[in-house]
Design a protein around this ligand. Structure first.
Ligand SMILES: [Fe+2]
Ligand SMILES: [Fe+2]
Length: 158
């Protein structure tokens, strides 16, 4: 039994985002249950590659929607990637199962909060603006003179 499971509240009515999040949960579970050593290294590599693509995808959507590059959602992504890369680097030097357990527990705690606040705010902005993530088209573009959005659109964010 892995630590993080799909919960109904993770569904954000944004199929591509939901699919990516389900894959993240599966890869986190695969990391948790991988045999120590090389299998864990491989699982961490797969998790990192997927997470890089996952975050790039959301950040591309935010750019297309008019968010500033330095918004709090993207900054949180950057912190998570930094931790993931550091754990992978250290695990590559000396397999450390306790470190990986710590990472899995931390990500399992982080993801539900991130998904239901920051990703949910992004999904809501996408829906409100009629944004199609497959084509990048917007039914309601920002006015040409509008300021870039520096927050993430979440309730905890100014
Ligand atoms: Fe996400
Ligand atoms: Fe996100």
């Amino acid at each position: 039994m892995t630590t993080l499971h799909w919960q109904p509240e993770f569904a954000l009515q944004q199929p591509r985002m939901d699919r990516t999040h389900l894959e993240f949960i599966e890869l986190l579970g695969a990391t948790e249950t991988a045999a120590p050593g090389e299998a864990t290294d491989a699982a961490l590599r797969a998790l990192l590659a997927h997470t890089e693509a996952h975050f790039e995808q959301e950040e591309r959507w935010m750019t297309q929607l008019g968010f500033a590059n330095e918004n709090c959602h993207s900054m949180q992504h950057a912190s998570v990637l930094q931790v993931l890369r550091e754990v992978m680097r250290r695990h590559g030097l000396a397999a450390d199962a306790a470190l990986v357990r710590y990472l899995v527990a931390a990500l399992a705690e982080w993801f539900p909060v991130h998904a239901t606040m920051m990703d949910a705010a992004l999904a809501m902005t996408m829906a409100e603006r009629g944004f199609d993530p497959e084509t990048g088209t917007l039914l309601q573009p920002l006015a040409a003179d509008a300021e870039a959005m520096t927050g993430c659109g979440g309730s905890a964010c100014g």
